[in-house]
Design a protein around this ligand. Structure first.
Ligand code: COA
Length: 380
């Protein structure tokens, strides 16, 4: 059973900003559909900005990767990417060779010699034809990356156990560097930030909705939900075996159900070493949108994170999605930059906006000991 208060959905006094004339209904499932459960959306929903694909989708079936000079790997099956550790004089790093998104993510590194690290990673990007490299640098060394042509795309405040992470990226093709809808995305953020200060808490959950952490018995329905909403996705979320491996281990999932059917879901991808979590995998079925379900799911995940001692919650929100950015603004997140052509999501490469919030320890009333986790029965 959910531990959250329930009541009927009431419209808020806060007015929706005018929909953009530059926006258009192009992506699947974004219409402001009437609510099948008795109460309509609380406001007219703004449509996503029309996608403009920049490059071909990468093949996943048989993948040839270069791991170093004279080192090659042929992987067969559905291969999204490979985690790979490199070491040389003056550096050591763990990389994700991200075949699906045609990029290299530097997951962690030690680099007394930044030039040696940058050159080793550049070799792998060139050898594999990847056209973006991303690192989460520290306050002390992010400028070292700029010396080698990286650009500062965003800051994830509080990411490294309370210290800021600087997202520095290197682009290695003109098409990856250029986003055809950047100005529209900038105006979209301006409209969202111009909206009145949001209330501290989202509206209560509608009476017909239950909210809880996901269980392993939800796996098939979660895959079905994500497959319905996302034409493409930057992680293997649409594969049940992957979801099974991460569910409530590497990632916490929460779901909203109506009459037992999942209508919305979101997750928190845990980075325990950094005490940071990425709020991601956000999807609400079209008929359930605009009723506050995503806001409630994200608040629920935040509470779970704070009880586990996490400091930073952040997200990478599709920059073309008014709704996703409005949700995080409404929850008090701070906009901290945009990652251009970051990943293949929703059918094309898209820019992703960074929103960040420092988590506060929950105030537990005296004598109150029961956790939501107990109420939610996390285990299957
Ligand atoms: C983005 C998405 C998850 C939002 O889910 P949702 O359950 O409709 O969000 P909520 O109802 O909690 O929205 C919270 C607030 O934002 C507003 N909002 C949400 N989408 C909106 C939209 N498209 N236009 C205007 N306002 C919107 C809501 O009205 C609500 O405002 P209020 O609290 O002042 O009433 C949903 O539209 C979706 O699944 N989109 C497709 C998948 C996707 O792009 N996911 C993001 C991947 S990064």
């Amino acid at each position: 059973m959910t531990a959250l208060p329930s009541s009927t959905s009431e419209p808020r006094s806060r007015e929706a900003p005018e929909p953009s004339s530059a926006s258009s209904a192009a992506s699947k499932g974004d219409a402001s559909a009437p609510d099948a459960h008795g109460a309509g959306p609380r406001r007219a929903l703004v449509q996503d900005i029309k996608p403009t694909p920049i490059k071909e989708r990468s093949p996943l079936g048989v993948v040839d990767l270069t791991l170093g000079p004279g080192q090659h790997l042929k992987a067969v099956g559905v291969v999204y990417g490979v985690e790979h550790t490199i070491e040389g004089e003056g550096y050591r790093a763990t990389l994700f060779l991200d075949q699906y998104n045609q990029r290299i993510r530097i997951l962690s590194y030690e680099a007394p010699d930044h030039q040696a690290l940058v050159l080793a990673v550049r070799y792998l990007a060139e050898a594999n034809g990847f056209d973006k490299i991303i690192a989460f640098a520290t306050r002390d060394d992010w400028q070292e990356f700029l010396r080698f042509g990286y650009v500062l795309e965003a800051v994830i405040a509080h990411y490294h156990r309370g210290e800021d992470a600087y997202v520095v990226s290197k682009f290695r093709s003109q098409e990856r560097l250029s986003s055809g809808v950047l100005m529209e995305e900038i105006l979209l953020i301006e409209r969202i930030l111009a909206a009145p200060e949001p209330p501290a808490d989202p509206s209560p959950l509608p009476a017909d909705v239950e909210l809880r952490l996901a269980r392993s018995s939800d796996l098939a329905e979660l895959v079905e939900l994500y497959a319905e909403i996302f034409e493409t996705y930057p992680s293997p979320l649409l594969h049940a075996s992957y979801l099974e491996a991460i569910l409530q281990k590497d990632s916490l999932f929460a779901v909203c159900t109506v009459k037992g059917r999942i209508v919305a879901a979101a997750s928190a991808e845990l980075h325990p070493g950094d005490l940071a979590a990425e709020l991601t995998d956000c999807a609400t079925r079209p008929e359930a949108r605009g009723r506050g379900l995503m806001s409630q799911l994200l608040r629920r995940l935040e509470r779970e994170l704070t009880t586990r001692g996490y400091i930073c919650a952040y997200t990478m929100a599709r920059a073309r999605s008014y709704g996703m950015n409005a949700v995080f603004h409404g929850l008090g997140y701070t906009f901290m930059g945009r990652l251009v052509n970051n990943c293949d999501i929703y059918g094309a490469y898209e820019d992703m906006n960074i929103w960040v919030r420092r988590l506060e320890r929950p105030k537990v009333p005296a004598g109150f000991t029961r956790s939501e986790e107990e109420d939610d029965e996390v285990a299957s």
